[in-house]
Structure formats: structure tokens, C-alpha cells
Design a binder for this molecule. Structure first.
Ligand code: SF4
Ligand code: SF4
Length: 66
């Protein structure tokens, strides 16, 4: 897990819930409103070749890629 590189804390949709790296961990228990997503510019997204966004509300990359 590369939580240290996750840029979610700077995102307008982010709600602190001791959770990060939703692209791996799936939906947040706390984030319910989509107010913008920074995943497209995130190093974790780029390094792993992930293609989606709003992982906190939609689920992890593995689920979305199905
Ligand atoms: S792609 Fe999004 S959810 Fe995944 S580590 Fe980066 S900012 Fe966090
Ligand atoms: S997954 Fe995207 S929308 Fe959700 S907090 Fe991270 S950057 Fe923001």
C-alpha cells in the first residue's frame, strides 16, 4: 500500500476518516459527496496505470475495471 503518496487529503471531496488510497481499499465510509477528484494527477494512479477516479465513492480500481 502506498498510502504515503495518496493525495486525497488535498481533494475537495475528501473527508477525514483515517482512510486513504481508496483506489486499493475501496469506498470510504465517510465521503459521500463528489466535489472533484485529484486521482488523475496522483503518482499512485500513474505508477499503477489506473484509469478511473472517485474511488472513495465508486470503489477500488479492481472493481471499476471489471
Ligand atoms: S489514485 Fe486517488 S485514491 Fe489512489 S492513492 Fe492516488 S489520490 Fe489516493
Ligand atoms: S478518491 Fe478522488 S474524489 Fe475521492 S478523495 Fe481521493 S482524490 Fe478525492
Amino acid at each position: 500500500m502506498k498510502k504515503g503518496k495518496c493525495i486525497c487529503p488535498g481533494c475537495p471531496s475528501f473527508v477525514e476518516c483515517k482512510q486513504l488510497a481508496f483506489c486499493f481499499t475501496g469506498k470510504s465510509k465517510c465521503i459521500k459527496k463528489e466535489k472533484g477528484c485529484l486521482c488523475m494527477g496522483c503518482p499512485v494512479q500513474i505508477e499503477n496505470g489506473f484509469k478511473h477516479g472517485y474511488y472513495c465513492t465508486k470503489g477500488d480500481e479492481k472493481t471499476l475495471a471489471k
